[in-house]
Design a protein around this ligand. Structure first.
Ligand SMILES: [Zn+2]
Length: 211
């Protein structure tokens, strides 16, 4: 997804003369790693007042979109003191439009509606944690000769499960998945997402589709 930049009047919190500044309105995280890093580093849409030199955020609504990761978030940093329900209704309408305009991307997962860039950062940190743990699972699974079943990212994220699940043998079924998952967890008990997956499936949740 290509990122989109816009420009508009920025108002310094110290009451200086407004000035024109560029800001990002859509971050295509799959194509723009540098923008994602700027966001994580707190530099995204940070501008400097030409009059007094103060740095501040040119806060506008931002869409964060990473189609391969099935991750879409609408962020309204200015909504803070306003009625968030109204803001959310507008974001939901924006989502409907985006979904229709990008029908080829087949967005069949729910987006996140967030109030602050901090919430977005927290979400990306959680995403990094899932990826990291999924890589560890993949490494342990490979050591033991298990196959890996990739889950739909949106499903895994929503349930607090890893992105890949180990499978013992050729068939993807509950027994094969639980056997391999338990063995991998025994190798490294510090894998909360895999533990949560085992708990959910053992308790009778249906096996999620693999992709
Ligand atoms: Zn200023």
């Amino acid at each position: 997804m290509k990122s989109i930049k816009s420009s508009g009047s920025a108002v310094c919190p110290d009451g200086c003369e407004p000035f024109d500044a560029e800001f990002w309105t859509l971050i295509g995280a799959d194509e723009d790693e540098s923008l994602k890093q700027a966001l994580l580093g707190g530099e995204l849409n940070l501008v400097r007042c030409p009059e007094c030199g103060k740095f501040f955020y040119h806060d506008r609504d931002i869409i964060y979109f990473d189609p391969p990761a099935q991750l879409l978030a609408f962020v309204a940093p200015n909504a803070g003191k306003k009625d968030f329900d109204k803001v959310k209704a507008k974001m939901q309408a924006d989502f409907k439009l985006l979904k229709e305009n990008l029908a080829s991307l087949n967005i069949d997962y729910a987006p996140f509606y967030l109030r602050t860039l901090e919430e977005l950062k927290a979400m990306l940190d959680y995403e990094a944690k899932i990826s990291e743990q999924s890589e560890v699972i993949a490494a342990f699974a490979a050591q033991r000769g298990f196959k890996l079943a990739p889950l739909r990212r949106a499903d895994a994220r929503a349930n607090g499960w890893p992105f890949y699940i180990p499978v013992a043998g050729a068939d993807y079924n509950k027994e094969a998945v639980l056997k391999a998952s338990k063995e991998v967890l025994a190798q490294n008990p510090d894998m909360g997402l895999l533990a949560a997956f085992i708990k959910g499936i053992s308790a009778g949740e249906p096996l999620p589709p693999r992709i």
